[in-house]
Design a protein around this ligand. Structure first.
Ligand code: FES
Length: 388
């Protein structure tokens, strides 16, 4: 009885409040400050500093690592720090070369801690148009646009085994240098054994830096294919060699390097029948097709209310054609994975690199393509968003 009485009393008070709702609201509004509503919120500022999308950066140092590999050190032009990232991630580096607006993804070599000191290091192998430009023409003081760190070639405690086996081939060493630093800095907690496959000891990069990081949590195994040395392993990174140092079944494998290495490693470890999530391969960029006398087509691009008619070729991706014409199409991985270059194909026939086609079923059905893995087979009309 008493509960019922209380409820009805409180209900009555609520009713009174409700009847004065308009006056109360007017009273509170009149008490408010007569100034514009703030658009500067702490949480938005934090989100922006962690996910800046694009950053202007300056090249501050160039270190030649060997005849093929060069390290580039960048700092942010606005003086703020680079966002903290997961070791193993990459950034997309962009610049203008003549009329073209070119970009490429590169794994970050530096540690997440260095990012907080406004330092970002990338190591680039001289091969292909942009990377050769960087190694031969880029100079200290040049300005670039760098994307926020992205990619999931990173250690995940809920997905991965506690121990990780990392296999690097040639320039594929870069993400693992960052991971080794992250372990030393206690930003990652995963015992790591790194197998670094290189032709000769001289061709290897970052040996001094890696050797300094060796600990009970980080082991380094150098494997030279073209020379023998008592101190190192020689030959290739076979599963037998890995088994000598690690428990393969109870480890997660990360592999980064050239396409040939991926084929070799997949075959080598197939006998272990590991679940798909136990082997991570860093996706490579989609390349030009090897076609003699490629056909030329007209590519009509609808971008932010403008219409552009440009040339495209059957051996080049639509993204490459856009970049050659200086159009700023969004892109990150250039390997079909991230979805940043997602665009609407209005008309035309295309060929898509099936091995790299990670589109959702709905995208396939409604004619959305990833232009980084799509080649023209006829004149094309396409709607592409602008990067920034
Ligand atoms: S740039 Fe990543 S899917 Fe095209």
């Amino acid at each position: 009885m008493s509960m019922k009485f209380k409820r009805s009393i409180f209900g009555f008070i609520d009713m009174i409040k409700f009847s004065h709702l308009t006056q109360n609201r007017a009273k509170h509004l009149s008490m408010g400050e007569n100034k514009d509503v703030s658009t500067n919120f702490k949480v938005n500022n934090l989100a922006e500093s962690l996910h800046p999308l694009y950053m202007k950066a300056q090249l501050v140092k160039i270190n030649k690592l060997n005849p093929m590999m060069t390290e580039f050190v960048f700092k942010r032009l606005d003086g703020t720090k680079f966002p903290f990232f997961k070791a193993g991630q990459y950034v997309s580096l962009q610049t203008k070369i003549n009329k073209s607006l070119v970009s490429r993804p590169y794994s970050i070599v530096s540690s997440p801690e260095e990012a907080l000191d406004n330092v970002l290091r990338l190591a680039i192998q001289k091969s292909g148009f942009f990377s050769t430009y960087m190694c031969e023409k880029a100079k200290v003081g040049d300005e670039f646009v760098i994307s926020e760190p992205c990619g999931d070639f990173t250690y995940s405690p809920i997905r991965d085994k506690k121990d990780i086996i990392c296999i690097a081939g040639g320039s594929g060493i870069t993400p693992f240098v960052s991971m080794a630093h992250a372990i030393a800095d206690k930003n990652e907690d995963c015992p790591m054994t790194l197998f670094y496959g290189c032709r000769t000891l001289k061709s290897a990069c970052y040996l001094d830096e890696l050797n300094k990081l060796v600990s009970d949590k980080f082991k380094l195994v150098i494997v030279t294919s073209d020379e023998k040395n008592d101190k190192y392993e020689s030959g290739f990174v076979t599963s037998e060699l890995v088994q000598k140092y690690c428990d393969i079944e109870n480890s997660t494998i990360f592999c980064c390097g050239p396409e040939n290495l991926y084929k070799f490693i997949k075959k080598e470890f197939s006998k272990y029948d590991l679940p798909i999530k136990q082997l991570h391969i860093e996706e490579s960029c989609c390349k030009d097709l090897d076609i003699e006398n490629p056909k030329k087509f007209v590519l009509t691009v609808f971008m932010e209310g403008e219409i552009y008619k440009i040339d495209c070729y059957e051996n080049e991706t639509l993204l490459t054609s856009l970049e050659k014409a200086g159009l700023n199409a969004p892109n990150r991985c250039r390997g079909g994975v991230c979805g940043w270059c997602h665009s609407y194909l209005i008309k035309g026939e295309v060929k898509i690199n099936i091995q790299k086609d990670y589109r959702r079923e709905a995208d396939k059905q409604f004619n959305y393509v990833h232009i980084c893995i799509t080649y023209p087979l006829s004149d094309i009309e396409i709607e592409v968003p602008k990067a920034y």
